[in-house]
Design a protein around this ligand. Structure first.
Ligand code: 13P
Length: 250
C-alpha cells in the first residue's frame, strides 16, 4: 500500500499563498518516490490556486477540508461535493476534530457527510480520535468504536478501500507538540484496523489508516514505519514547503 502523506492547511493561506506553497512543494519534493502519494487540503478559497500550482505533478492530489451532504440547496456557507470536484478535488476530510469540538459537529452529521461524499464520487478521509479526558477515563476503544460505527454507518459493504482512509488523530496531540508515542500509535491503529475488518470483512484490511497530531520532519519516518500506519495527516508542519517536503520524503 502506498503511504498517503497529507497536508491539512486548516484556516491558513490566501489563494496567492497557497499557490506559492504548492508550487514550492512540488519543486522541493521533485520526483515522488513510487511508494508515496501526496494529498493537500487547502481552504476552499485557495482550491483553484493550489490546483493550478500542483498542475500535472504525478502523485499529488487535492481535497476539501469539509463538505455538506447535499447536491445543492439553501445551505448558506456550505460547499457541495460536486463543487469540490469541479474545483479539482478528488478527496475530502470529514469529522476533523476541530469540526467536531470547535464547530459542534455530531457523529451522525459526520457519518452523513462521509457516505454522501463517497456516493458523490469523492474519496474520503474520515478523522477520528479521543480527547485527553476520554483517554484518561480508559475510553480509547469505546470512542474509536463509536466514531467508526457512526462515521461509517451508511458506507456500502463493497466500498473501494482505496477511496476511504481513516485518520487517527488523538485530540490531545493536535497542535500541542505532544506527539503520541509509538506504543500509543500502534495500540490505537490496531484497534482501528480490527474494527474496520469487523465492519468491512473484505475491504477493511486495505483501508489506509493515517496518523495525525504533531507530526514533524524529525518524527515522520519512525511514525510511517509503524505497523498499520499507512501515512500521516499533518497540520502545522505542512504549512511550509520545506518542512512538508521533508515529511513527504521521510
Ligand atoms: P498538527 O500537525 O498541527 O498537530 O495538526 C494535526 C491535524 O489536525 C491534521 O489534521
Amino acid at each position: 500500500m502506498k503511504k498517503l502523506m497529507a497536508a491539512n492547511w486548516k484556516m491558513y493561506k490566501t489563494a496567492d499563498e497557497a499557490r506559492q506553497t504548492a508550487d514550492a512543494l512540488v519543486k522541493a519534493v521533485g520526483t515522488l518516490p513510487g511508494d508515496r502519494e501526496v494529498l493537500i487540503f487547502p481552504p476552499f478559497t485557495a482550491l483553484h490556486a493550489a490546483h493550478d500550482a500542483l498542475g500535472q505533478a504525478a502523485g499529488f492530489h487535492m481535497g476539501g477540508q469539509d463538505v455538506y451532504p447535499a447536491e445543492e440547496g439553501a445551505f448558506t456557507g456550505e460547499i457541495a461535493p460536486g463543487m469540490l470536484k469541479a474545483a479539482g478535488c478528488g478527496w475530502v476530510l470529514t469529522g476533523h476534530s476541530e469540526r467536531r469540538h470547535v464547530l459542534g459537529e455530531t457523529d451522525a452529521l459526520v457519518g452523513s457527510k462521509t457516505a454522501f461524499s463517497l456516493a458523490a464520487g469523492l474519496s474520503v478521509c474520515l478523522c477520528i480520535g479521543e480527547k485527553l479526558d476520554e483517554r484518561e477515563a480508559g475510553a480509547l476503544t469505546t470512542v474509536i468504536h463509536r466514531q467508526l460505527e457512526t462515521g461509517l454507518a451508511d458506507v456500502p459493504a463493497d466500498v473501494d478501500p482505496g477511496r476511504l482512509a481513516i485518520a487517527y488523530e488523538p485530540v490531545w496531540a493536535i497542535g500541542t507538540g505532544k506527539v503520541a508515542g509509538p506504543a500509543e500509535i500502534l495500540e490505537a491503529h490496531a484497534i482501528v484496523r480490527a474494527k474496520l475488518c469487523a465492519m468491512f470483512p473484505s475491504a477493511g484490511t486495505d483501508m489506509p489508516i493515517l496518523y495525525g497530531g504533531s507530526v514533524k520532519p524529525d518524527n515522520a519516518a519512525e511514525i510511517v514505519g509503524l505497523d498499520n500506519v499507512d501515512g500521516v495527516l499533518v497540520g502545522g508542519a505542512s504549512l511550509q514547503a520545506d518542512s512538508f517536503s521533508r515529511i513527504v520524503l521521510a
